[in-house]
Every structure is written in structure tokens, then in C-alpha cells.
Write a protein that binds this ligand. Structure first.
Ligand code: 13P
Length: 253
């Protein structure tokens, strides 16, 4: 059985004052029955790790460089994240692909570096609205999967997040049918490439305007093992009911 994962991506949001949200999350979800992860901006990682030290809530980064160290001004390596106490890193988010012209080859190299550093790599894939409207969704996702996932991937060190670009921060959510189609496709691709053992053990998250009102419906979809949540992960009061919905889905499955 794959353990469910509720992950929050704070993106470029959050100051030290917002760490109280993590304290509240830890207090509200002591003894959580699903894995919990928050990826704050780099500046808050070390403080967040300290706050969550005696709790199951894990902390991650939102990007890393493919190299272990060197002359890369402004970048952060996977080993540095690990050293700061992070356990995971989000890679290939569509905002990084768009803002920083990251391509899947970059994402694969970063994911390999994350694996070497002992981090869980959360590799993001997703189609644009134009690609969906042109009925190219599965081709796009298939291509991103082939090029973004390194051969070092296992069920323990890799999670795939399906985030349709048009559903991110827009309030639009993919329908359960759309999510199910893509998640089943991703599962089949993983099994084909890595074999049934690894292919069935990699967790698949959905991301894109997940909130309290739609979480239960999304978590009931086949091959959805949790969510990667943006805006609704910033406040404990918004994220907490999503975690509870995932726990309920885990219990029901
Ligand atoms: P929203 O939940 O704000 O739509 O963001 C989703 C996302 O991009 C998570 O990585």
C-alpha cells in the first residue's frame, strides 16, 4: 500500500511570522495517519525544521541545482537542502519551467542530484490549456515523464505530481475523470519503465486549486495518493481539512 501524502508548496510566500502556521499544523495533526510535507521558501527551511523537529511533518525545498557545489550564484544544492534539515524537494514545477526556462532534461539532472543527496524528489508534470484543448495532454505528460525522471527513481525517493498548468492558482480544478485518466496513464508508464514493483510504489499527487471543498472528491480518484497544494497550504485552517480528507480517504481505501 502506498502511504498517502499531503504536501504544501508555499511558493514565494511566507515570512518568519508565518511559521506559527506550522506550529498550528503540528498541534492539529499530532499522530497523522498520512505523510505531511511543507515546502516553504529557502529562507524559512532551517527554522521550519526546528519547529517540526518532534513532529512527523517534514520540510522540503522548492528547487535545487543539479550540481553538488560550485560557482552557481544564487543557487542551492540538494546537499545544502539536506544539510538544512529538508527531506524533500519539488522539481520541475510549471512555474519554474516557465519562469526559468527549465526543461525536462534539467529536471532529470536535478532529481538525480536530489536522490544522491538522500532527498525525496517530487517531480511535477502538467499540460497547458492549449495542449489540453489540442488533445495532446497524454503525449505531453508522456514526454515529460520520460525525460524528467532519472533511472535512480524508486518508490521511496520519488513522487510524481500531476499539475495541469491551467488549474494552478486559477480556481479551476481538473474533473475527477480528467485526473483519473492522467493518473492511470502515469501509473502505466511507470510500470512499463520501472517494472511493477517500483512502478506501483511511486506515489502520484494531484495539484491545482485543491481546497477543502474539492479534496474528498479528488482523493477518491484512482491512483491519487495525495495532493500538492499551493494557496490552501499557507494557512493551517485551510490545509488542515485537506489533510483530514486525505486521512479519511486512506481509511476508506
Ligand atoms: P494552487 O493550489 O494554489 O492552485 O497551486 C498548486 C500548485 O502549483 C502546487 O504546487
Amino acid at each position: 500500500m502506498r502511504r498517502k501524502l499531503a504536501a504544501g508548496n508555499w511558493k514565494m510566500n511566507g515570512a518568519r511570522a508565518d511559521l506559527t502556521q506550522l506550529q498550528a499544523l503540528c498541534a492539529a495533526h499530532d499522530g497523522a495517519t498520512v505523510d505531511l510535507l511543507i515546502c516553504p521558501p529557502f529562507t524559512l527551511i532551517a527554522a521550519a525544521v526546528d519547529i517540526c523537529a518532534s513532529h512527523a511533518l517534514r520540510i522540503g525545498g522548492q528547487d535545487c541545482h543539479a550540481a553538488a557545489a560550485g560557482a552557481h550564484t544564487g543557487d542551492i544544492s540538494a546537499a545544502m537542502l539536506k544539510d538544512a534539515g529538508a527531506d524533500a524537494v519539488i522539481l520541475g514545477h510549471s512555474e519554474r519551467r516557465a519562469d526559468h526556462a527549465e526543461i525536462s532534461d534539467d529536471v532529470r539532472n536535478k532529481a538525480r542530484a536530489a536522490h544522491e543527496a538522500g532527498l525525496l524528489a517530487i517531480i511535477c508534470v502538467g499540460e497547458s490549456l492549449a495542449e489540453r484543448e489540442a488533445q495532446n495532454t497524454l503525449d505531453i505528460i508522456g514526454g515529460q515523464l520520460s525525460s524528467s525522471i532519472p533511472d535512480t527513481a524508486t518508490g521511496e525517493n520519488t513522487v510524481i505530481a500531476y499539475e495541469p498548468c491551467w488549474a494552478i492558482g486559477t480556481g479551476l480544478t481538473a474533473t475527477p475523470d480528467q485526473i483519473g485518466e492522467v493518473h492511470d496513464f502515469i501509473r502505466a508508464r511507470l510500470e512499463k519503465r520501472f517494472g511493477a514493483g517500483v512502478g506501483r510504489s511511486v506515489r502520484l499527487l494531484y495539484g491545482g486549486s485543491v481546497k477543502t471543498g474539492n479534496a474528498a472528491e479528488i482523493f477518491a480518484v484512482s491512483n491519487v495518493d495525495g495532493a500538492l497544494v499551493g494557496g490552501a497550504s499557507l494557512k493551517c485552517d485551510d490545509f488542515s481539512p485537506i489533510i483530514s480528507a486525505l486521512e479519511a480517504a486512506a481509511k476508506a481505501s
